[in-house]
Write a protein that binds this ligand. Structure first.
Ligand code: ADP
Ligand code: MG
Length: 725
């Protein structure tokens, strides 16, 4: 009997592989390449007439509508710039609801009619495109016979040139909408929600004495966790290849319990990869800043500097594509799945969020004097109200089949959304709640009741890694988003719920002042009202503890464990009203997103279920049967030779094989389960019947992995995938 060689061949191939050629040029200055492939404001300033340039800046900073003549001038300069960079094509890049990035490429060349062609690119082509978009998910918003979809240039996110050995492409970040103006993408609602949030943030700022402040934007700094796996192993694991996670695999004898990987020395091969990716990201103007090992073996993190939310979400998508392609060059595969390895830490994407503008900086910085503190406290209180009132929307913004494996698994923030403020800030809000902090006014400075307010320092001192929404000194860190998802989803929700909360604060203060109440008193009253109504969401304790879900329930906080529990939040009457009020989604759009959410969940589970069935039947079971035969032959040979054989091995393996076979049969039935008409019902069936059936197959298979002879085992093991880099 010959051993199944796939896994062993993979190991041999890894050993024989050579590192990729060095592309590092020691003479190169990082500053020189940064943004070299971006049609940035600086590039525009160099190439555009002053008036045109000013008009573009006004569009970005003050949201003035883009004038078509300006678009023509920008398009022409952009084309010249791109041609100089070796671009032959341009592409409108958009972010459909699959969560992926879509591009439609067109050549710059237009035939003139005399056998030659002329490079052209008009303002109209820059501003609007029309991809044949019939097969992108739309959740019932369009029928295929009216499949027109339009892409529209997002002036606030700069165009860039993407290099390829066979020719470069000018990429233009766009929104993607239906013929009737409904959003079919992730970007449109980011821009809409950003606008809504800005309106009300400016009202609050005006109350604090800022006259005609610039647009307020949401800033987003996403920390991205990922795994690297050698390509040979990846290719020998059909589950990783097709589902992005291992559907089989016993826990390795050595896991992450030593914590010896966290911030450890970065392996040379990985460092080479990181340097290469950073160089590519720099060219695209993506400010990758920190890099380090993460908790699990084979796991790493990259954190780009924060940017405006819409730009950050474009960059984040581009970062993931860049990582994947550079990893391949280095003979590795980059995994963004939230939980590629069971029993080992999963990967998240922490969304660091603040709001502000270039004029005022971050509005979540406490500042040095009480006046700043008061303004800061109002913004902070708005976050508290927003997160408490709409925790369900934050939860659903991070809900996916893959993130379900991570949330609530005692390694990542629980499915309960709470806020960590840190001792200092929690204490301030505590004082406010007790009303003990009385209001007074000192000459020249506004004092907000909280006389005893300590000077807040920028460093919050402590950290809480178990909180899903933590204040970290000048921003909040939303730690629940999954590593694979776009940050656009969470940012839309954050912007929208902040719009509502800031609207509430502005209205409260405006009314109070109009009614003759002293402004400081009004602020004090507003803050204590918010703490009284929404303080239940503040939790500084251990979010991983067993007591927390119990306490959270007493506090009336939602605990939406799975995607199926969370999805209805999108279409609750309160949500529909909120989205409508702030112009983020109309009811049809909200429903379409709910349907797509259900659909994507069902599809993800179906792919995994079919893979489990296939790998279980064609890879694991045959290996186990071969080993069973070997044991049976051995038992018989011993008996024939007059030695009493020990049958335990054979019996245990046979038992596990029976469990595996039974599991596969149950899974086959669960998969065949007919789809219900109601998309949520279908998703519920996937969760309650298909996932447990998959788990049963896996359990039997993983036990067999610990029994079957090593030279027969077909799938690369956790040990191999996680430790050989
Ligand atoms: P840590 O590991 O301590 O959480 P990192 O340095 O890994 O911190 O990442 C912090 C992230 O937060 C970075 O992306 C950073 O740019 C971002 N960030 C810092 N300040 C702000 C801010 N005011 N608003 C939004 N994001 C911010
Ligand atoms: Mg970090």
């Amino acid at each position: 009997m010959t051993a199944n060689p796939v896994r062993l061949q993979a190991i041999a191939a890894v050993e024989a592989s050579t590192p990729p050629p060095i592309s590092f040029d020691p003479g190169e200055e990082p500053g020189e390449i940064f943004g070299s492939n971006v049609f940035s404001l600086t590039a525009m300033q160099k190439r555009l007439p002053k008036s045109v340039y000013k008009s573009v800046v006004a569009t970005i900073e003050k949201s003035t509508r883009l004038d078509p003549e300006v678009a023509d001038a920008v398009a022409s300069a952009m084309k010249d710039w791109a041609l100089e960079k070796g671009a032959t094509h341009y592409a409108h890049v958009f972010y459909p609801l699959t969560g992926l990035t879509a591009e439609k490429h067109d050549s710059f060349l237009d035939p003139v009619g005399d056998g030659t062609a002329f490079a052209s690119f008009s303002g109209k082509t820059l501003v609007q495109g029309e991809p044949d978009a019939s097969s992108f998910p739309n959740g019932g918003l369009r029928n295929t016979f009216e499949a027109r979809g339009y892409t529209g240039w997002d002036v606030m996110s700069p165009a860039y040139v993407l290099e390829n050995p066979n020719g470069n492409t000018l990429c233009i970040p766009t929104i993607f909408i239906s013929m009737t103006g409904e959003a079919l993408d992730h970007k449109t609602p980011v821009l809409r929600s950003q606008q809504a949030m800005s309106v009300h943030a400016r009202r609050v700022l005006e109350l604090f004495g800022h006259t005609d402040p610039d647009n307020v934007v949401a800033y987003c700094g996403p920390e991205q966790e990922y795994f690297l796996v050698d390509s040979h192993f990846f290719l020998a694991r059909p589950d990783l290849l097709n589902a992005g996670r291992t559907l089989f695999g016993a826990k390795p004898p050595k896991g992450q319990e030593f914590d010896d990987h966290y911030f450890g020395a970065i392996p040379e091969r990985v460092l080479g990869f990181m340097m290469d990716t950073e160089r590519e990201l720099f060219k695209l103007g993506i400010p990758a800043k920190t890099r380090h090992n993460e908790v699990a073996p084979g796991q790493f993190e990259v954190a780009p500097m924060f940017e405006r939310a819409n730009e950050a979400s474009d960059h984040q998508q581009l970062l993931m594509t860049t990582f994947k392609s550079v990893a391949k060059k280095h003979g590795m595969e980059c995994l963004f799945h939230e939980k590629p390895f069971a029993g080992v830490n999963g990967s998240g994407k922490h969304v660091n969020f603040s709001l502000g503008n270039s004029e005022l900086g971050s509005l979540l910085v406490p500042g040095d004097n009480p006046h700043d503190n008061a303004q800061f406290l109002v913004f902070c209180a708005a976050v508290i109200r927003a997160v408490h009132k709409y925790s369900g929307l934050l939860r659903v913004s991070v809900a996916s089949a893959s993130n379900d494996h991570r949330l609530g698994a005692n390694e990542a923030p629980p499915a309960i959304i709470s806020i960590f403020l840190g001792d200092q800030l929690a204490d301030v809000f505590d004082q406010i709640a007790k009303g003990g902090a009385t209001h007074s006014k000192e000459r020249g400075t506004l004092m907000v009741g909280v006389d005893t307010l300590p000077n807040l320092t920028k460093d919050p001192g402590d950290r809480n890694r178990t909180s899903p929404f933590a204040f970290t000194g000048n921003r909040f860190e939303f730690r629940a988003p999954g590593s694979n998802q776009t940050v656009a989803g969470p940012m839309v929700m954050i912007n929208t719920i902040m719009a509502e909360a800031l609207d509430h604060c502005a209205t409260y203060l405006e009314d109070a002042v109009a009614g003759g109440t002293d402004f400081n008193e009004a602020v004090q009253a507003l803050l204590s009202d918010i703490v009284a109504d929404h303080g239940a969401v503040i939790f500084n304790g251990n979010g991983y503890s067993d007591e927390w879900p119990v306490e959270a329930e007493q506090r009336g906080l939602k605990n939406l464990r799975t995607t199926v529990d969370a999805l209805p939040e999108l279409i609750s009457p309160e949500a529909i009203e909120l989205f409508g009020r702030y112009g983020v989604f109309n009811a049809g759009e909200a429903h379409s997103r709910f349907e797509i959410g259900c659909e994507q969940y069902v599809l993800a589970v179906a792919v995994e279920a079919n893979l489990t069935l296939e790998i279980g039947t064609t890879t694991v079971l045959p290996a186990a049967l071969r080993y069973q035969t070997e044991l049976a032959i051995n038992v018989k040979a011993l008996a024939d030779a007059g030695v009493t054989p020990d049958r335990t091995g054979l019996e245990t393996v046979s038992e596990r094989i029976a469990a595996l076979t039974a599991g596969l049969a149950t899974l086959r039935t669960a998969i065949a389960h007919e789809h219900a008409a109601d998309p949520l019902e279908t998703a519920r069936t996937a969760r309650d019947q298909v996932l447990p059936a998959m788990a049963a197959v896996r359990e039997a298979a993983d036990e067999l992995e610990g029994l079957v002879a090593d030279d027969l085992w077909p799938l690369p093991t956790y040990q191999e995938m996680l430790y050989i880099l």
